[in-house]
Design a binder for this molecule. Structure first.
Ligand SMILES: [Cu+2]
Length: 533
């Protein structure tokens, strides 16, 4: 399941059985994700030189949609993760979402914006809600200083607290945000008062695996309950192609003499979006790699992976006009912060000295709100499934010693392939041979795989693990996951659909499936997750 460059059509083929069969299906995916962004230097100041420009973005129905986006006017100071971890990292001169600005708490951040939109579009600007912004240059606007056509304006603020925030156009937002002028700011915590994170957060059990976290402290905030193993940024937005078509038609318009603030007349109501995007891409495009060549103006993907027991930091931004009920199948999400405000109770945390307890809700659906950013933790272990997800049996028993919480995390097992296994289900077969590998029955009997789906499209094994592909081939032997569409053939993972629970939004221009949908892949620990593609 580590094949690097799957095609779009392959992603679709692999998704179909998931949609037909169940919420939890067993398939593997191609590209992986990280939370890539640009940096503005490592000293006390971070500077970014952005431009607002027009171009076209690609949608899975073949449409090339005229859009406006932020990009790099000159090369950024750096990338995080850097190009040694994320080969091909780049910052185009226009992209949707705009470049993710990765800064460190306490840095003074200056963003210079060049207005290279069509003259008919008039002025533009950027708002950085949640920060105390001072401006330099530009022209007075309704909400902030604006850059006139061909001109610049600068915004300066101190990255006051850690967390994820949105940025977006503060000029004629019903048009400009719709056209794509939005992005995210990620503020990493300073190293002062960094919490002590668990040993496995150092990826010590995964010697060959690269650490893709942006934060050098292993935590998202100055709080031990914000320690994490992986992080993903998802920005939700929608597009009404009628608005984009009007803007495209009027882009070449010559404004009357004396009119310097634009002369487009684009009707933005009634609003009927047809594209529902995560990070500027619709499913299945969001499952292709970061910086994939086929999306030169949509560099960021949405394809999370994790190992059982890991803490996954979700950075979620609502952009556009509508709320999107994002549902992370597999578990609820513990909200840490909103707009960079860590949600704390008034009481000391009994488990972490010196800080108050977290107060963020545990949410079934992390509904996005336009303009609002949130940080949350997703966690999955296999607890409660009532079978040994790693398919152990008496003849294949690596042992499972429960810690105080019931997991196999004790000393000496850090590098075991079943590190973090939920021990009460250890050796518990899901079903009898030949599907499982014990002769006696397990708690359930699955129907023949051929009943669930057609032929080789069947997802495969109900087990994680290096030898999972040898199991659950059913009464009518069908190649399990790992041997049809996935390499290597010896692996199997669990896929949880993460998607908008507004079913209209999991379509692309009225075709299902599409839109705001992705898969969280839970890979066995024996599988090396490479977030670089
Ligand atoms: Cu759902």
């Amino acid at each position: 399941m580590s094949q690097m460059n799957k095609t779009k059509s392959n992603s679709v083929v692999r998704l179909l059985p998931v949609l037909m069969v169940a919420v939890v299906v067993l398939l593997a995916a191609s590209a992986r994700a990280a939370a890539p962004g640009i940096t503005g230097g490592t000293a006390g100041t971070a500077t970014f030189d952005l431009t607002a420009k027009a171009s076209f973005i690609s949608q899975p129905d073949g449409a090339m949609v005229y859009s406006w986006g932020y990009g790099c006017n000159t090369a950024p100071a750096g990338f995080n993760p850097d190009s040694s971890k994320l080969p091909g990292a780049n910052c185009a001169d226009m992209q949707i979402p705009g470049p993710t600005l990765v800064v460190t708490e306490g840095q003074t951040v200056t963003v210079t914006l060049h207005n290279n939109l069509p003259a008919a579009a008039g002025n533009t600007s950027i708002l950085f809600p949640g920060f105390q912004v001072t401006t330099s240059g530009g022209l007075p606007g309704l909400l902030t200083q604006e850059a006139g056509n061909g001109s610049t304006v600068s915004y300066t603020f101190v990255a006051s607290t850690p967390g994820t925030r949105a940025y977006y156009s503060g000029t004629q937002a019903d048009l400009q945000v719709e056209m794509g002028l939005y992005g995210a700011v990620i503020v990493l915590p300073s190293t002062a008062n960094a919490p002590t994170c668990p040993v496995h957060n150092t990826h010590a059990e995964l010697a060959t695996e690269t650490d893709f976290r942006l934060s050098s402290t292993g935590a998202a905030f100055h709080h031990a309950d914000s320690c994490y193993d992986r992080e993903y940024l998802f920005q939700f937005s929608e597009m009404d192609p009628k608005i984009h078509r009007q803007a495209e038609e009027q882009a070449g318009k010559t404004c009357p003499v004396g009119v310097t603030t634009g002369c487009m007349d684009v009707v933005t109501e009634p609003y009927h979006p047809a594209y529902f995007m995560i990070n500027g891409r619709s499913m299945p495009d969001d499952m292709d790699p970061n910086y994939a060549a086929q999306y030169p103006h949509q560099p960021y993907n949405g394809n999370p992976h994790m190992h059982p027991g890991e803490m996954v930091l979700l950075r979620i931004v609502g952009t556009g006009r509508w709320q999107h009920p994002f549902h992370e199948h597999g578990n609820h999400v513990r909200v840490l912060a909103r707009d960079g405000n860590l949600l704390l109770s008034a009481s000391p945390d009994p488990n972490n000295a010196g800080v108050n307890a977290l107060a963020g809700p545990l949410l079934f659906t992390t509904t996005t709100t336009p303009g609002l950013a949130m940080d949350g933790i997703f966690y999955w272990t296999g607890k409660g499934l009532n079978w040994d997800v790693l398919a152990h049996n008496a003849g294949n028993d690596p042992g499972c010693t429960p810690d105080a919480n019931g997991y196999n995390t004790g000393a000496g097992v850090l590098t075991a392939s079943n590190y973090y296994e939920w021990c009460p289900d250890h050796l518990k077969a899901l079903e009898k041979a030949p599907a499982g590998d014990v002769g006696s029955g397990g708690p359930v009997t699955l129907p023949d795989a051929t009943i669930l789906a057609d032929g080789a499209w069947y997802g495969g094994s109900p087990y994680l693990g290096p030898n999972a592909a040898a199991r659950s081939v059913g009464v009518t032997p069908i190649p399990p996951s790992g041997t049809v569409g996935n390499d290597p053939g010896s692996e199997a993972g669990f896929a949880f659909m993460w998607h908008s629970h507004n079913e209209r939004e999991i379509t692309t221009n009225n075709i299902f499936p599409g839109g705001m949908m992705m898969m969280m892949l839970v890979d066995p620990r024996a599988f090396v997750i490479n977030e670089s593609n």
